[in-house]
Design a protein around this ligand. Structure first.
Ligand code: C2O
Ligand code: CU
Ligand code: CU
Length: 511
């Protein structure tokens, strides 16, 4: 467990060497303390009061389920900036516009330490929810940042060291949707035709309590639940009209990978990924969605009969984990996720078209990187019953010399999951990097893993901006990542949350 004194001591120690430049306003926690206060020279367009606390929500028939939930109030800013998902344990959706300045008062009212991370947003170190800033129960941390990301769907979740998996599982997650002018001009389906869909797996006791694993083996592998919830609900059915829709999927599961496919075999028109719209739509027979990844589709229900139902499934693939939890849906098994029911005609019809060009993506290329010959290479590995990155475990405030990068540089980074070195247990790892998003430039697979790989690889969508990439057993993925604007410690880790909590996480030190 995270020991408070330990982290605080480390934190002070680190501050003492002057490596941190930007934490004015920090005072150290006692009960009810404002750990980071609002600064007077920041002029917010939006102010939100955000509290993590327990709640009872209806999930299954019978008793309500006790969860931890983000509650939010909009204190200042355009109406609709904070939008509840009715009846869900998920936090409300934040609707931001690129260029807005946002202040969020985060209040921790769960009975353990907590801190919030804005997954995919490019913000300074003190605003990023690094676990070194975890605050005690009862305390407050004020975030202030400008939304500089392009339009897309991002998300927020707790990021408390060694407790992230448990806290996210208990409900501490929500969506952030960023809009910008470029996107608004496209006339994509909007309003009630632009819908977020968060897929998570959970297990419940007979009394409707959430049940989470305590078995070592499940921690090693990652939690797999017994049933699928969509936006916090089981047996989710989406009523639609005979028109075109934009559906935005987040895999908000701790560790489960989905192979999304329609039961009638119709292909997907994919328009976006982690960092928003692609340059133009691509077609996929199925979509592979690993934890923390997002994918956006444009889907047309105009030709469907009223009353028709389409089911979204996870299609079979070669599972890599054999679980001990008896009733868990097996990895790679086939099951349904949700259904869509064409319920109504579209008044006045819908004649909208999907634009040919969706966005402009500035391609990062090797001519601009700091290390074209020597990629920053990170080996993913199991050793001594733990997960390691280049043989290192997580250290709150440490980075090795190879993890030091110059600010405003672009780096070639490789995650190697047994492509070069054989042996050891190999699992898929959804690798995530904080800070700016990256572009994938190459995937290589070791021959003897080809079969597993081929059962998922057609579903990758690699040609947009990404912040999380699934690295399959035997695979090496190469990408280019910019480290612009902000110095400091920025995490990279496996987004299998059990792996992350076991220490499969490290810092880049941007200097
Ligand atoms: Cu979504 Cu460091 O996490
Ligand atoms: Cu993140
Ligand atoms: Cu992992």
């Amino acid at each position: 467990m995270a020991d408070r004194d330990y982290s605080r001591r480390q934190f002070l120690g680190y501050a003492g060497v002057g490596a941190l430049s930007t934490f004015s306003g920090l005072s150290f926690a006692q009960h009810g303390t404002v750990v980071r206060a609002a600064s007077s020279d920041f002029e917010p367009d939006i102010e939100i009061d955000l509290t993590a606390k327990s709640a009872r929500v209806p999930i299954h028939d019978g008793p309500k389920t006790l969860v931890w939930k983000f509650h939010a109030n909009l204190l200042k800013g355009p109406e609709g900036s904070v939008k509840e998902i009715p009846g869900s344990y998920l936090g409300p959706v934040f609707n931001f516009k690129k260029g807005q300045k946002v202040r969020i008062y985060f209040n921790n009212q769960i009975p353990q330490q907590c801190i919030v991370h804005w997954h995919g947003l490019h913000v300074p170190q003190v605003m990023d929810g690094h676990p070194m800033y975890a605050i005690d129960s009862g305390n407050r941390y004020v975030y202030e940042f400008e939304v500089v990301n392009r339009a897309g769907m991002y998300w927020y979740h707790s990021h408390t060291h060694e407790l992230t998996a448990k806290q996210v599982y208990s409900g501490l997650a929500g969506l952030i949707i960023v809009n910008d002018d470029e996107e608004a001009k496209l006339g994509l389906p909007s309003g009630d035709k632009d819908l977020p869909i968060v897929i998570q797996d959970r297990s419940f006791t007979a009394e409707n309590k959430l049940s989470y694993t305590s078995h070592m083996r499940e921690h090693m592998m990652g939690f797999l639940g017994e049933e699928i919830l969509v936006n916090g609900k089981p047996d989710f059915q989406l009523p639609v009209s005979q028109s075109a829709y934009r559906l935005r999927f987040l895999n908000g599961s701790n560790s489960r990978i989905y192979k999304l496919g329609w039961d009638d075999g119709s292909p997907f028109t994919v328009i976006g990924t982690d960092g928003g719209l692609l340059e133009s739509a691509v077609t996929r027979r199925y979509i592979t969605l690993a934890p923390a990844e997002r994918v956006e589709i444009w889907v047309d229900f105009r030709d469907k009969k009223i009353g028709s139902i389409q089911t979204l499934k996870s299609l079979p693939f070669q599972g890599m984990r054999h679980m001990s939890a008896e009733n868990a849906l097996p990895e790679g098994g086939e099951f349904s996720i949700m259904s869509v029911k064409v319920a109504t005609a579209e008044e006045g019809g819908d004649s909208s078209q999907l634009p040919e060009t969706l966005s402009k993506i500035d391609r990062l290329d090797l001519s601009n990187v700091a290390n074209p010959e020597i990629p920053l290479s990170i080996a993913l590995r199991m050793r001594r019953m733990n997960w390691w990155l280049n043989g290192e475990d997580f250290e709150m405030l440490e980075a090795t010399p190879s993890e030091r990068v110059s600010v405003n540089s672009h780096q070639v980074i490789q995650f190697d999951n047994g492509f070069q070195t054989r042996g050891g247990m190999r699992l898929p790892h959804p690798m995530h990097m904080h800070g700016q998003q990256f572009q994938i430039i190459k995937r290589e697979i070791r021959r003897n893993y080809q079969g597993t790989y081929d059962s998922l690889s057609e579903g990758f969508v690699d040609n947009g901006w990404k912040d999380t990439v699934l690295v399959m057993p035997g695979e090496r993925v190469t990408m280019i990542k910019p480290f612009e604007d902000y110095k400091g410690l920025f995490l990279y880790h496996c987004h299998n949350l059990e792996h992350e909590d076991m220490g499969m996480m490290r810092n880049f030190n941007v200097v």
